[in-house]
Ligand binder design. Structure first.
Ligand SMILES: Nc1nc2c(ncn2[C@@H]2O[C@H](COP(=O)(O)OP(=O)(O)OP(=O)(O)O)[C@@H](O)[C@H]2O)c(=O)[nH]1
Ligand SMILES: [Mg+2]
Length: 375
């Protein structure tokens, strides 16, 4: 298959990503939640649409776009700490070119959330001067960090506007579907400003399998819906076609050299004083375990890709490379050969490493051409 055909087909639509039966992306409760969000949107003075910075277009809920585009809206590309810093500004620029306010943020960083609040305040300036009560809604697909963002906003606001009694906190969690009900948080007084947290909602049917796989990889869909193995097949296909593992050799060489230097330092010189001091890990053994795991995975994927003599543009070649990588990872991670769940275990480990940014920062969507400007 030629490059053009492969690109046209997309990695998600390739044969080995298609097995495993039909996928029901839409849990029952999302229909009611979507209706409730639509109703409340009519009353909102401003919407913060949270998207995942790793998938700025795939994490848009297309069905809500008509309801959102007519409102004062800020798109917050959250989890920017997990997104490629060399590309994220291109996305902000892309949204600017669509005349859509957009900021890349990290909900866990106060300074980042403060910038978002400044923009929100600026956009609400005129309403603030005339309305006694304002409503800001936070919407987005599951697990993009809406509740985490609300907690940070609430915390920043409470230093300006002290709350009486215990501050209400939104529940945050690593799996999608944590927030089940719409809930309001008061963040200002005179005028009163309320921020509404909403349940994450997807569209009833995802028209493009690759969009679905990207959402699954980012954690917006429960792993059991797609299956860990299928998500990891997609991840490996992305990494291989981008030649990412080839760049990991350099990282691991440095690590190996670093380890050698460290042992030399201990025995003879005190050169370590010249190097920047590393922060002492909270739990040293955990940190080393994760570093080793990352290194093991990176070296395995580097070795399999560099020894691969097929064509990455050929679907069946790519499929057999991914298959080899599963087997090599199983060995490298010392998962017993006979374990029936071995592939699921390999997949789970890889997903955790990817989602925590340990395999590096990524952006899975491609910035559209300037002529194709739909935010
Ligand atoms: N690395 C990183 N993790 C984040 C960030 N914001 C949120 N998270 C994590 O992402 C996960 C999901 O956060 P939530 O705030 O529960 O997401 P949500 O959008 O409210 O999810 P639902 O209620 O299921 O729709 C949690 O583990 C958060 O700690 C961020 O900026 N960077
Ligand atoms: Mg939530």
């Amino acid at each position: 298959m030629g490059v053009r055909r492969l690109l046209k087909k997309g990695l998600g639509e390739m044969g080995f990503n298609m097995g495993g039966g039909t996928i029901n992306w839409f849990p029952g409760h999302m229909a009611a939640a979507t209706r409730a969000i639509r109703d409340r949107l009519k009353l909102a003075d401003l919407v913060i649409e949270v998207r995942d910075a790793r998938i700025p277009l795939s994490s848009a809920n297309e069905d809500l776009q008509p309801n959102l585009s007519g409102k004062r809206r800020v798109i917050a590309l959250n989890k920017k700490d997990l997104a490629n810093p060399n590309i994220i500004h291109k996305w902000v620029h892309y949204f600017d070119s669509c005349k859509q306010d957009c900021l890349s943020i990290n909900s866990h960083s106060k300074s980042s959330v403060k910038k978002l609040l400044d923009l929100v305040e600026f956009k609400l300036k005129e309403v603030i001067s005339r309305e006694p009560t304002l409503l800001v809604m936070v919407v987005g697909v599951p697990n993009v960090g809406k509740s985490a963002l609300i907690n940070s906003i609430h915390q920043i606001a409470s230093s300006r506007f002290p709350v009486q009694g215990k501050m209400k906190r939104a529940t945050v969690g690593p799996l999608p579907g944590v927030t089940q009900d719409i809930a309001g948080y008061k963040i200002a007084h005179q005028p009163s400003i309320y921020v509404l947290d909403t349940p994450g909602v997807l569209v009833p049917s995802i028209p493009n399998i690759e969009t679905g796989l990207k959402l699954a990889l980012a954690g917006s869909v429960k792993d059991s819906v797609v299956g860990e193995e299928r998500i990891v097949q997609y991840l490996l296909a992305v990494l291989n076609t981008r030649s990412t593992p080839l760049h990991w050799k350099r990282l691991n060489n440095r690590r190996i050299e670093g380890l050698q230097h460290e042992s030399e330092d201990k025995h003879e010189y005190n050169l370590k004083d010249l190097r920047p001091k590393r922060r002492k890990p909270v739990n040293g053994s955990d940190v080393h375990y994760i570093e080793d795991l990352v290194s093991e995975v990176q070296c395995t994927l580097y070795a399999t890709l560099s020894e691969f003599n097929g064509s990455l543009e050929d679907e069946s070649d790519l499929e057999s490379l991914v298959e080899q990588q599963f087997e090599a990872l199983q060995k490298a991670l010392k998962i017993p050969q006979k374990a029936s769940e071995a592939r699921t275990m390999v997949s789970k480990k890889l997903l955790t490493l990817f989602r925590t940014g340990k395999l590096g920062p990524f952006i899975l969507d491609d910035v559209p051409d300037a002529s194709d400007s739909v935010a």
